[in-house]
Design a protein around this ligand. Structure first.
Ligand code: MLC
Ligand code: AMP
Length: 508
């Protein structure tokens, strides 16, 4: 029987020479393909030795490292479900994810072991590990202590519909939902992108993104591995280092903020990009100015694509044809995409409506939320993305906005409803509205507009400081204003569009 485990497909694409370099790090370490093979086998054996139930979730909140990637691959290999968590999340956020997902294993960094393990044990998780290799309880140390032969492992049999990962994401309601992605979802997407972006022998990818979201974890890692391509691995995005590494690479992927920051590097020249084949952008809108400036500086046209946690990649500008700035290109092969009005009627070319999609890449639903899942799909099986867009006469898709109340800041999603909830809980606050406004570096950032209760005195800086103590740093509004009232429509609903208009030049 064919094994549909995604890892089996990635493993099959490893080059013949297993001693060749698979990953080169910014600290000068080289990992061979054999290292990937052996370490993932050891970690998979270790996970399997824990006697976990079928479908067990492995929740991981660790700093980016090659070992963290190996843990992801080992989880696939052993047939369990990977649940990556942003390293910026603080205790209330982690508590929610662990209570909701009920992971059997939690892996965290050494510095967070105290509070994370407390949350995990309280929620009933039996196994809490660190990944760092200098303390007892480290996964790698344990794996190394397994009996001889533990670096051999037969990839666990998985069906295409079996779960491979849960990615937490949020919709209109503030609370995060776990998007369940299967081995088939991810493999189909990886194979389509290999072809669509014309990956070729000898390609080298600069991996500079975090590995807890679709972009860095799936698009970048799967892309390189399924092509047997070497990765130049940066633990953290550093524009100077990326520019230094460009001459050794052929492919780069980034959110628009990365491109904006790279353009500020004097070393970014045509000469530095002489071996580059492809620059890919996504996760947030790429400004046309960035697209054009990049073309002028480097001679390369950025290829913009569009995706989301629930669907992996949906559309892409073409590799060979015209890459049109301001558009996200065409629906990928196998993806069926349409634009509909609010009444569920298909819209003609050029008209703006809700983007809906269907295809082998579309997720299996939200973890333990069948009702929510049902709401987000149409009767004929299309997923409602919450993005608003149009398709032109040549088939290019443009995203013009979002029907979901969401801010995308530097490629990270921020849910106004979540931040407003925290602000509204503060004493003296009557109400608040969090809006996204344009920002030259992050594309968009959050701004909080707060109303005090009668007689209460509020301090904007204190509100920000309190939020900082509770929430991931990228979610913190960059400014806070205390005002007398919020603009409302005749139904009494806060008019966020009016607030956005009022504050649009704040960071201009
Ligand atoms: C950091 N900060 C941010 C921020 N990142 N603020 C708003 N938005 C962000 N994205 C703030 C911190 O709170 C901190 O503020 C200050 O900036 C410095 O923090 P840092 O950690 O040193 O920042 P830096 O390393 O410069 O990070 C910036 C970044 C990072 C752009 C490199 O945000 C990043 O890696 N973004 C990529 C996100 C990504 O991979 N998205 C893919 C999602 S997948 P203070 O006040 O505390 O000093 C997806 C689907 C798809 O969307 O289609 O791909
Ligand atoms: P996430 O849920 O974090 O995966 O974020 C997915 C969202 O990012 C999508 O629904 C879009 O709103 C947005 N997005 C991704 N790629 C692009 C793009 N190229 N242009 C505009 N928005 C994008």
């Amino acid at each position: 029987m064919k094994n549909n485990n995604l890892f089996a497909a990635l493993r099959a694409a490893f080059p013949k020479d297993l001693d060749a370099v698979a990953v080169e790090t910014d600290t000068g370490l080289n990992y061979s393909w054999r290292d990937l093979e052996r370490s993932t086998a050891m970690l998979a054996n270790l996970l399997q030795s824990l006697d976990l139930p079928p479908g067990a979730r492995i929740a991981v909140q660790v700093e980016k490292s090659v070992e963290a990637m190996m843990l992801y691959l080992a989880t696939l290999r052993a047939g369990y479900v990977f649940l990556p968590l942003n390293t910026a999340y603080q205790s209330a956020e982690i508590e929610y994810f662990i209570a909701n997902a009920e992971p059997s294993v939690v892996v965290c960094s050494k510095k967070n072991f105290g509070w994370v393990s407390k949350i995990a044990f309280k929620a009933g998780t039996q196994n809490v590990f660190t990944l760092d290799d200098d303390r007892t309880g480290s996964l790698l140390e344990r794996a190394a202590a397994l009996p001889e032969g533990s670096d051999r492992h037969e990839v666990v049999q998985r069906g295409a519909d079996d779960l491979a990962a849960i990615l937490y994401t949020s919709g209109t309601t503030g609370r995060s939902k776990g998007a369940m992605l299967s081995h088939g979802n991810m493999l189909s997407n990886a194979l389509v992108l290999k072809d669509y972006w014309a990956w070729e022998p000898g390609d080298v990818l600069i991996h500079a993104l975090p590995i807890f979201h679709v972009h860095g974890l799936f698009v970048a890692i799967h892309g390189a591995l399924i092509n047997g391509s070497k990765m130049i691995w940066l633990a953290k995005f550093d524009p100077r280092l990326v520019v230094q590494k460009l001459p050794e690479a052929t492919v780069f992927m980034g959110v628009p903020t990365l491109y904006v920051r790279l353009l500020a590097e004097p070393g970014l020249t045509r000469e530095a990009c002489r071996h580059m084949r492809l620059f890919i952008a996504g996760s947030a809108p790429l400004l046309i100015e960035t697209f054009t400036e990049w073309q002028e500086r480097t001679g390369h046209t950025i290829l913009e694509r569009y995706g989301m946690s629930e669907t992996a990649m949906l559309t892409s500008n073409p590799y060979k044809g015209e890459r049109r700035g301001g558009t996200v290109g065409f629906a990928l092969p196998g993806v069926s995409l349409r634009v509909q009005d609010d009444a569920g009627q298909p819209l003609p070319t050029g008209e703006i409506g809700g983007i809906q999609v269907k295809g082998p890449n579309v997720f299996k639903g939200y973890w333990r939320m069948p009702e929510k899942t049902k709401e987000e799909f149409t009767a004929d099986g299309y997923f409602k993305t919450g993005d608003v867009g149009k398709i032109d006469e040549r088939g290019y898709i443009t995203i013009v906005g979002r029907s979901k109340d969401l801010i995308i800041s530097g490629g990270y999603n921020v849910y106004p409803a979540e931040i407003e909830g925290y602000i509204n809980d503060m004493s003296g606050v009557a109400e608040s509205a969090v809006i996204g406004v344009p920002h030259p570096d992050f594309g968009e950032v959050g701004v909080a507009i707060v109303i005090a209760k009668p007689g209460a005195k509020l301090d904007a800086e204190q509100i920000i400081a309190r939020l900082k103590a509770q929430l991931a740093n990228f979610k913190i509004p960059k400014r806070c204003f205390i005002v007398g009232e919020l603009p409302r429509n005749t139904m009494g609903k806060v008019q966020k569009n009016v607030l956005r208009e009022q504050h649009k030049a704040l960071f201009a």
